[in-house]
Design a protein around this ligand. Structure first.
Ligand code: SF4
Length: 415
């Protein structure tokens, strides 16, 4: 897994309604983004992991017996989208742990997507890998299949932290995976790290960052450990088996992360994401933050097209059964109301360091951002949580730690 799961930018809607219309016999074309809009993205969810990490609440299973049937179903789902009029310029193979699949399966999946969808020639094709599930050979095969970006879920370069996180790999194996990925020809390589581990000091966290930089990654995602309800770590925390890091220490580590990485030449472009140059920002994830259309394939994957969102069945067996019966494995769909769209625009805009593009917001919603949110903006600005100029409204470093609270303040407005 990578931290995208932790940041909740995919696989989950923050505004899902309870209404689940019966749409499973819809034609796939109705789930395609409108032609003429910006290039769309494809997200492919691989729902298998070797072992469940105690902090993870994203959908995956550890029983490998369904892998073959799943790949067959997934390629069938992909082909259901044949003849899409839209241009796509990103594919993101995430999960779960895509690298638990044989390299040959990944090749088949990428091949099916490239055949069924109109892919732009310079498409970004990303795979997430777990260092405990790769070899020099598998990484070379991924690259040969057309994958041109790799995200390695390192999480830490310290074995005691990896043990606490329940990871299946060691720090040494993480280093080897990075070197093998470079040798396999990946010149767009990202490393995911987690901080905010109980008992972690600033020195220990900076040590992880320093080690990461020795590998000169093109991209870094630094996620704060969160305790999602239903996870084993959440239960252990509630039982008092360990104590979470205090808010003040977490805030200090967040600040140190930005300071350290910016000093070392990285562009901080989203709350948890840093790129070595503009062209190394995650093009796919930027689509989520920019409200661009994307199609989600595989169990539990979400799609967004225009003002609609839909989500696939979660269980791998249910997903396979649906496809084998010739029906779309879609569980629900919702049309976002104007209010929901505005809330999502604010939330996703504020996640980005450049903030909300006010002119774009005004023209999209045919209203004035400042007019609607004047009082909220003034109050948050006085508290030093947001900054505003005539073009943009963005969070300050202090505000970034309070994204959810700040968004709740915006929601309270009438619009
Ligand atoms: S490897 Fe761990 S964190 Fe990643 S998806 Fe699987 S269980 Fe979740």
């Amino acid at each position: 897994m990578t931290g995208d799961q932790l940041s909740g930018v995919r696989g989950r809607s923050s505004v899902i309604s309870n209404q689940l219309p019966d749409i499973r016999d819809q034609k796939p074309e109705t789930r395609n983004p409108e032609p003429g809009t910006s290039p769309a993205g494809i997200y492919i969810h691989i729902p298998f992991c070797v072992k469940k990490c105690p902090y993870c609440d994203f959908y995956s299973i550890t029983d490998p017996s369904l892998k073959k049937a799943f790949v067959k179903a997934l390629t069938a789902e992909i082909s259901m989208y044949g003849n899409s009029p839209h241009i796509f310029d990103t594919i993101y193979v995430g999960g779960g742990t895509p690298s638990v699949l044989k390299a040959d399966y990944i090749g088949r999946i990428i091949g099916a997507a490239s055949t069924s969808f109109s892919m732009a020639p310079d498409s970004e094709i990303t795979i997430e890998v777990n260092p405990g599930t790769v070899s020099p050979g598998s990484l070379k095969s991924f690259r040969r299949s057309g994958v041109n970006r790799i995200n390695i879920g390192v999480q830490s370069f310290q074995d005691n932290i990896l043990k606490f996180l329940g990871r299946i790999h060691s720090a040494k194996e993480a280093g080897s995976a990075i070197k093998w990925a470079r040798s396999a020809g990946f010149d767009n390589l990202g490393i995911d790290l987690i901080y905010g581990i109980p008992g972690q000091t600033k020195k220990s966290w900076l040590c992880d960052l320093e080690t990461a930089l020795r590998f000169e990654p093109d991209h870094l995602s630094c996620y704060m450990l969160t305790y999602e309800s239903g996870t084993r770590m959440h239960k252990d925390l509630k039982k008092g088996i360990f104590s979470s890091m205090s808010e003040s220490v977490t805030a200090s580590l967040f600040g140190s992360t930005g300071d350290f990485l910016e000093k070392n030449g990285y562009i901080h472009y989203e709350i948890s994401n840093f790129a070595l140059s503009e062209d190394k920002k995650s093009r796919h994830n930027t689509k989520y933050w920019a409200f661009a259309p994307y199609i989600g394939l595989g169990p539990s994957a979400h799609s967004f097209y225009g003002t609609k969102r839909s989500w696939n069945r979660r269980g791998v067996k249910d997903y396979i059964n649906d496809i084998e019966s010739g029906i779309m494995p879609v569980e629900g769909e919702e049309e976002l109301s104007r209010k929901q769209q505005i809330i999502e625009s604010v939330f996703l805009g504020l996640r980005q360091i450049k903030g909300i593009d006010i002119k774009l917001f005004d023209s999209k919603f045919d209203t004035g951002f400042i007019d609607i949110f004047k009082d909220t903006i003034t109050a948050l600005n006085k508290k030093g949580l947001i900054v505003l100029d005539e073009n943009r409204c963005a969070l300050t470093k202090k505000g970034m730690l309070l994204l959810d609270t700040i968004c709740s303040e915006f929601i309270l407005n009438e619009f």
